[in-house]
Design a protein around this ligand. Sequence first.
Ligand code: NAD
Length: 260
Amino acid sequence: MLNIDLTGHRAFVCGASKGIGAATAKAFADCGARVTLAARSLAELKQICEQLPGDGHQVLELDLAKTESIEKLLISTEIKTDPYTILVCNAGGPKAGALAEARLDSFADGFQTHVLANQTLVQTLLPGMISKKYGRVINIISTSVKVPIPNLGVSNTIRGAVASWAKSLANELGPFGITVNNVLPGFTETSRLEALVEAAGKRLGKSEDEVIALWKGSVPARRFAQPEETAVAISFLASPLASYINGINLPVDGGRTGTL
Ligand code: NAD
């Protein structure tokens, strides 16, 4: 029988206080990993951490918008003596809105929180992954890297940058036993989705229930995902079972994305 077994692995999960990040921390712990949960709210992280099965989990207050602090904070988690082999790059998505009206600082913020933070995290954890001859970098981005999503122009732009960064990195790091892959969530029941439903309702002049019905109708599965379903895909990519999967974009979207 095949099991997703992360025993012996140490995982660093960003954006672990809510949604897909929190579900991923739980799934990793269920699979036997020791998990460091990072986000801006220590109180929320502690609550989730206390519920994880197994030992050796940690919380870390981390603002991915402040790149200069990431390396400093990570050093405090003993990355040399006890290296991380799994990194999940994940943060809140850029705000919705018309691209033609987007301010330059929203691009700069998105680039900072997603591209520069990811780069700093990888550079900090890479020596440990190389020493362990095992590494899994998994970026949570969006199906917009396949089909741009209306009214999410800044997000579409930033996700495209992350996807190119990840593919380039996958080519460089493959020889070290390290894979770099992207998970592309579809509609997933989290606070991010609530914010998007609200924004779409205002833009389209529809109630939130009408938007939800419209969006569910656009998914072949006719429902939204639970974050735990996305976390299963992330756990598989993090595991030894996915050793020959590198540089991909994996939609977890109930079949919604209209590309081959
Ligand atoms: P969420 O808003 O529920 O959770 C985001 C997590 O990131 C939270 O823990 C939050 O505290 C953390 N975070 C945000 N900014 C941060 C920062 N500067 N520093 C540290 N932590 C920060 O989002 P989610 O639904 O779990 O989505 C995860 C990712 O997947 C997001 O990038 C989102 O845009 C993307 N995505 C989500 C959906 C969906 O329907 N939920 C669809 C497509 C893409």
